[in-house]
Design a protein around this ligand. Sequence first.
Ligand SMILES: [Zn+2]
Length: 177
Amino acid sequence: MPATPAPMTAPGARQRCVGCGAEFAPGDGPVHRYLESAPGCWARYGELLAREYADRAVYPVHRLSVDAYAVQHPGRESPQTIQSAAVHLIRLSLLLEQGLAPERANAVMVEASGRRTTYRWLEPPPVRGTVTVADLDPAAPAAEYVRAVRRWAEDVWAAWQVHHDTVRRWRDERVRR
Ligand SMILES: [Zn+2]
C-alpha cells in the first residue's frame, strides 16, 4: 500500500484548526475522537489540561476550560456530538450566567447527560469565538491563567448567542435544582 503523501505545505506553513480557526504547526498527532481539531490544537489543549490537573490554584476553572474547548470544537452532527454540545453549553450557562460553583454545576451536568434522547443538534456558529488555546499560556501565573480561561469561556459562550435561548430552556426544563 503506497504511503499517504504528506500534505503540500511550505516550510513554516501553519495548519488551521477546523474547530477554533487558530493556526498551529502542521502535524499528524492524535486528535479527539469526535471533537474535531488540528492535531496541534489538541496537543496544546493537552498542555493546558496537564497544568489544570497539576495546579490546585487553577483547577477551579478546569470545567470552564473543558466546556470551552468542547463547544469551540463541536465536530459534526452525531449522537455523541449532539449530547456533547448540549451538556457543555448547559454547563457554561450554569457557570457563567448563573454563577454555580463548579462542583454543583458538574453534578447538574452529570444529571443532564443522563437524558440521552432529549437534545437536538445545534448548528454551530461559523465563528466560535476569537480566543483560542493558542492564546492561553500553560505556564502563566495562576491568577493570570484563571483570568485567561474565564475570558476564553465567556468569548466562546458569547459566540453561541444564536442558541442561548435553547440552551437556557434545556437548562431550566431538564435540570432539577
Ligand atoms: Zn482548535
